[in-house]
Design a protein around this ligand. Sequence first.
Ligand code: G3P
Length: 218
Amino acid sequence: MEIFIDSADVAEIRDVAAMGVIDGVTTNPTLVARTGRSLREVIVEICEIVDGPISAEVISTDYEGIVREGRQLAALHRNVVVKVPLIAEGLKAVRTLASEGIRTNVTLCFSAPQALLAAKAGATYISPFIGRIDDAAGDGMALVEQIVGIYRNYGLRTKVLAASIRHPVHVVQAARLGAHAATVPHKVIHQLLSHPLTDVGLARFLEDARRSPGGGRG
Ligand code: G3P
């Protein structure tokens, strides 16, 4: 499974990139706004840090505007994936961008039929928003299961990118269901790697090593 970090904070991105555990980055207008920097500046810097798909979102909602922004974003770097909202004008733009070889990540997906249409339009990735569905008392992971199943039934090549991940169990469930990718906040990536028994075990080993001749060093 591809693991992306869902962040526009370059310090967070550098932290997880150094561990070699991420394949790409997703951003959205909210995450970029938090940085106080321009989208262009942030995306260019992220592309220098991570050599993988970097999602940058358009803010137009009409076909011409989405295509124009999409081309501009794609021109920033070969790794840019244009994030497009799941609306009719968005799917028209996805079709055009796909015909030009520009990859897209169709975002704000909350239903299986939306995901089916995004794949038909030629989306590279579909982003079902798991956490926001759960927040509304729905079952976000059931949506991932439906989309993965539908895409498999028909050999659709769009990749399922589990988004709006809130905790480690979301990542595990998405992986078990066969989602191609998950985009995970920085905090959750650290939650994925930590375990209290690892900390307890390490503390014990270090304590025992200090009592050994030479302090446990070779
Ligand atoms: O980037 C899209 C998605 O991951 C947003 O997540 O936490 O704002 O629902 P969240």
